[in-house]
Every structure is written in structure tokens, then in C-alpha cells.
Design a protein around this ligand. Sequence first.
Ligand code: ASP
Length: 417
Amino acid sequence: MAKVDNLTTKVLLAMILGAIIGGIFNLFLMQVSFINEFMVGGVFQVIGQIFIKLLKMLVVPLVFVSLVCGVTALGDVTKLGRLGGKALLFYLFTTAIAIVLAISIANLIAPGEGFDLSSTTTQEFTPKEAPTLAETFINLVPSNPIESMAQGQMLPVIVFSILFGIAIMLAGESGKRIEQQFNDYNEINMKLIGILMKFAPLGVFCLIAKTFAMQGFDVFQPLMGYFITVILTLLVHAFIIFPVLIKVLSGLNPVIFLRKMRHVQLFAFSTASSNATIPINMENAKNNLGVQNSTASFTIPLGATINMDGTAIMQGVATVFIANVYGIDLGLGDFLAVILTATLASIGTAGVPGVGLIMLAMVLNQVNLPVEGIALIIGVDRLLDMIRTAVNVTGDSAGTLIIAHSEKELAHEVYKQ
Ligand code: ASP
């Protein structure tokens, strides 16, 4: 526990310092070419990107190895099916709650009403093709697992790892030998995460300082209503909905959960990527929340890939905002379509920065809202992306905790520490 607090404090201090220095650079010093080119575009950029790459470097080996270990530790396929079913149900259910909450709060606050389109400098937005639902299903299965690993596509890697793990379970003596080796690899991966964490405060400092130096504060003013509505809803979801779900579904004390999630949230915030946060989230689930590897290794990467409550919230508020700005009335049927599409879209949203905005195009299309509306909000999206990613990963852990508890795979003495 002391270890976690220590890391949290260091990362938090690094973030605050990064925000202050980045903010000062943005206000006064960006014209100075030394600051602009050498510090922000040079040092901060290089160290920040190296840090993100180090995190990402771990994701594929970690997910593959620990998922194989997780499956073999479960010991039977029925248990795996039950775990998968519960995870899917929980993740889709909470995403649907998130979007209903977002639409309700956005309708109350009504951001974008009386919005003057000329008051904001819009940026270009060319929507990329969002995958169709049929493609999303077909793409679950890799035709070449190495290719999926190389491209960092999580769902096909998860499917392959599960099948590989099942085969090990069924392979008798040879399976036993390989299982032991995978357990050893897993230990080594955990050590690697430990080494990386030493570098975390510096990496986080550079990422935050660069974001604050680049992101001017004036872009926020015309979009204040939208910005505040998204943040408010994210906070309600993280600090009211998740704790209530944890209390009701597992009886565990949610305050402990929130305390132990702090450093994971800081990482998600700094990297704006659920995928890059998988190693930290998994380590936290095992070592601090007390979840067994067989559950965490499965539910955390799955959640990072398909469970995006924070993203769904942004999409719900953005839909209402864009409808208001363009003076288009949405009926109940439209809202139901938004709920359904955004929930399904979250399955296809990769856990990397900015993808939520691309998937928003799919939601807007569904209810015939102008996709160009995305250009209005793109300027403030970076900061919102950071905050919603913190909510996304909190949802993955909340689900993991509840499922582990229901499967009797939670070490209560570790959780309470
Ligand atoms: N950055 C988010 C995540 O990784 C996805 C998004 O909303 O763009 O969880």
C-alpha cells in the first residue's frame, strides 16, 4: 500500500508541475523558439512519447501471457464462459447507463443553445470510416495472430490467447509443462512493469507539460457549456454510479476502491489511452485490489477494448450539443437510437487517444445529425479525452472487482489493506 501511495504522490506531483510549467509556457513563452522547439517540441515530446511507447511495448506480451495463464488457472471451460458472459453483461450495462446519464444531464443543462457558430474557430474534421457492426464481429477472429499482435488489435489477440489457453488446458503433460513456462513469463512481465514505473513521474510530467503548453485556454470559452456538461457527467459516473454499483452488487466498500484507483486514473489521464494503461490497471487489480490473475487477466484487457463509459458519455453530450447548435429537435426514438449505437460503438472503439471522436460520427449518422458538428468540439477534445479515459479504465476495474467477488476470486484481506 505504501508503495502505491508513494507512486501516486510522485505521479500526481509530476502532473501538477507539468500543468503549471506547460501553462506558463503557453501563456508567455511559446513565441520563444528555445521553449517552443527545444523544450515543448523536443524534450517533452521525446520523453513523453518514449514513455507511451514503453507502456505500449508491454501490452501485447502482457495480455497474451497473462491471459493464457488466466485461462489455464481457471481449469475449466465452463468457468471461462461464465466469466466472459458476466464481463460482457456488466460492460454493456454500465455503458448504457453512462449514455442515458449523459443524455439526461445534457438535456437538463442544454449546452449549445444560443451558441453562435462564428464564435469558435472550427478545425477541419474529415471523418474516418467507422467499422460496421458486421465487420466488428468478423474482425474478432484473427486470420493471422502474429499480424494482429503486430498491429496491436486487442480483440483478436484476446480471442487467440483464450483458444491457446484452452488448448494448453486440454493437452495433458505437454500442456502442464507449457503452463509452467507461461507462469514464469508472467512473473518476468510483472518485473518489467516495475522497472517501467520508475520512469513514470518523468514521463507523465513531459506528457502533461506538452499538452498544456500546446493547448491554449481560449479554445475553451465558447465551448464552456459542452465542456462542463461532459466533465460533470463523467464525475457523476465515476464517483456515484460506480461506487453504488460496487456496493449493491458486491457489498464491498467503494471508498477503498476509489482510493486504490487513483494512480491508475492518473496514468489513464496522462496517456489518454486505455490500452496503454492495461499494464498498470492489471497490476493494480492483482496486487492492490486482490483480484486473482485468472479474472483480472481476462476482464481488464477485455474492458480496455470494449468498455468505454467515459467515451459514451462524451458521445451522448456531444449529440445533444450538436443538435442544439444546429437547432435540430431529437425525439425519444432518436435518443433510443443514440443509446443503442453508442453502446455498440464502444465495442468497436479502440482504447487509444481520440478514437471516441471518430466513433461519434457513427452515432451522429444514426440520427441524421451533421457530422461536421464534430469540428466544433475537436478543439477541446484532448483534455476531455484524458478525463474520459480515466473513467473508462475505472469502469474496467469496477467490473473486474465485482466479477472477481462473485466468482470468489477476490482476496478480501488484500482489498481491505
Ligand atoms: N482515449 C479513449 C481510451 O483510450 C478512447 C476515446 O474516447 O477516444 O479509452
